[in-house]
Design a binder for this molecule. Structure first.
Ligand code: 3HC
Length: 289
């Protein structure tokens, strides 16, 4: 694959664009307008400046990487793309509208994919022009650092599509886990109940934020505790995913923790809003309870 299109210039979309460009491919980056796509590219530039400061990348390499990312105003140029990766907000109606629009320009040999965290691939494939060339391609945050990509074929996905995206993912230097199209796939099916349970523990006063996180960092050797990780992922995204698990399985073990719902209702969404379980407005994060 030589040219990749990424839809969504947020945390995941820009991480995907950076990683793809770092591996020598051309990337077209789109969002709801050109300004947002350009802002996404500017965020990649900021990440590269940090890496240069730490001696992890040469200036010439960073410049070449950035030159391979082209922000675009609409999907028309995506007719040139070998693979389109949707990495927009985790709402099915938003994603479906994107697939309807991107499907109109999709080249006859190209693949349409979704970076969804948990929404069924088989269902969303109905919004693509050819479900045999539609697949889940689930990256992890921060994309340039994390070593895994989940590949999720839907019921109608052709084996050739699975093989091509698996080769693409390995070409990015990532390991691949193949998952059936079941709620939450593999990793989020395990991660989200853990995060949700941590919020139940906090809500019922079993332990405070710092002790819950310390317990998992030191007791399980996780790099971040579950509440810190929830803030990192975004509490709205966590709630969206646990709700998908709850609604699709109808199993009460996935009911969202009431405190998680309250935080999202308060607009306390984690790092991106400046406050979640920790306050991020100062030098270093401070637990809020
Ligand atoms: N591009 C390239 N490299 C980057 C980078 C970027 N944008 N940002 C950071 N790095 C590199 C750094 O240079 C550093 O490299 P080094 O180890 O060679 O020096 C390394 O990544 C670690 O960065 P930092 O030193 O800044 O930070 P930490 O050591 O504190 O690690 C962390 C940060 C990697 C985020 C670590 O805390 C971690 O692994 N946390 C857990 C992350 C996780 O679980 N992610 C998955 C979330 S779930 C998900 O995404 C699925 C979704 O569907 C919900």
């Amino acid at each position: 694959m030589r040219t990749i299109a990424v839809i969504g210039a947020g945390q995941m979309g820009t991480g995907i664009a950076q990683t793809v460009a770092a591996n020598g491919m051309a990337v077209m980056l789109a969002d709801i307008d050109l300004a947002r796509a350009e802002a996404g590219k500017a965020n990649v530039e900021k990440a590269l400046v940090k890496l240069m400061g730490r001696g992890k990348i040469e200036a010439s390499e960073a410049e070449a990487l950035l030159a391979r990312i082209t922000p675009v105003a609409d999907y028309t140029p995506f007719a040139e793309a070998d693979l389109i990766i949707e990495a927009a907000t985790e709402r099915e109606e938003i994603k479906n509208a994107i697939f309807d629009a991107a499907g109109k320009v999709l080249h006859a040999d190209s693949i349409l994919s979704s970076n969804t965290s948990s929404i069924p691939i088989t269902r969303m494939a109905n919004h693509s022009p050819d479900p045999a060339r539609f697949i889940g391609l689930h990256f992890f945050n921060p994309v340039p650092v994390m070593g895994l990509i989940e590949v999720i074929p839907g019921l109608a996905t052709a084996q050739a599509t699975t093989d091509r995206v698996t080769a693409f993912a390995r070409g990015l230097g990532k390991e691949v886990v193949l998952s059936q199209d079941e709620p939450g796939f593999v990793v989020n099916r395990i991660l989200l109940p853990m995060i949700n349970e941590a919020v139940f523990l906090l809500g019922q006063g079993t332990a405070g934020i710092e002790d819950i996180d310390k317990g998992c960092r030191l007791g399980l050797n996780h790099p971040m505790g579950p509440l810190q990780l929830a803030d990192f992922v975004g509490l709205d995204t966590c709630l969206d995913i646990i709700n998908v698990l709850y609604r699709t399985t109808r199993d009460s073990k996935y009911r969202p923790a009431p405190l998680l719902v309250k935080y999202v209702e308060a607009g306390w969404l984690g790092r991106k809003s400046g406050r979640g379980f920790y306050d991020y407005t100062g030098e270093s994060p401070v637990p809020t309870r």
